[in-house]
Design a protein. Structure first.
Length: 198
């Protein structure tokens, strides 16, 4: 159970990529008064947590309603993860998540899609197919990831100043490499599930 918790924690941490999203949070919160920034960070993190939690518990019903198989979801999720990982390793001018709208952030782009993006939603949807005990472990792992979000984003500006842009870029690329490997593993798992149905 401890191993499952740790694996889920690492996967969700990589998928949501809080360290890679530090620049996005810093830019989005730049026009916001200093006193209001912590409230926005907490609000956006909680919104993302609720969205992922809903998908985790009701994901199986969502899959049934759309007549989707676990294999197809695994393969689709792995492709999205791989595309995001490639953008993390080889930076794009528009960033990992593409161009973002300006103004004070509310849900978009910080809660969705920065944290609760397509890859994170696809990942938690997979968790909903498992047993109740395993789902509870996943909920605990998600809650732990939210704590990491809060720590990272509340200290985003200080973190950027202390580590510098080069270290942050190097760390994001390392996370991208790990995420790419995990996406390939997920892809192979989806292919194996599909082959079993033939």
């Amino acid at each position: 159970m401890t191993q499952d918790f740790f694996q889920t924690f690492i996967l969700l941490l990589l998928v949501t990529d809080p360290f890679g999203n530090v620049p996005l949070f810093a830019i989005a919160l730049e026009p916001v008064p200093l006193k209001r920034r912590p409230k926005i960070v907490v609000r956006e993190c909680l919104i993302a947590f609720v969205v992922l939690l809903v998908f985790m518990f009701f994901g199986s019903h969502f899959l049934k309603a759309l007549s989707l198989s676990e294999a197809s979801l695994r393969i689709a999720g792995s492709v999205i993860l791989l595309l995001i990982a490639i953008r993390m390793v080889f930076p794009h001018p528009d960033g990992v998540l593409g161009k973002q709208e300006g103004g004070e952030p509310f849900i978009v782009p910080l809660a969705i899609p920065a944290l609760a993006g397509p890859s994170a939603l696809a990942t938690v949807l997979l968790f909903s197919r498992e047993s109740t005990g395993e789902v509870l472990v996943h909920v605990a792992a998600l809650a732990a990831v939210v704590v990491v979000w809060l720590v990272v984003f509340l200290g985003a500006e200080r973190l950027q100043k202390v580590l510098g842009s080069q270290v942050m870029t190097a760390f994001e690329r390392l996370m991208g490499l790990i995420l790419a490997a995990m996406s390939i593993e997920m892809l192979m798992g989806g292919i194996r599930e599909f082959v079993k149905t033939l």
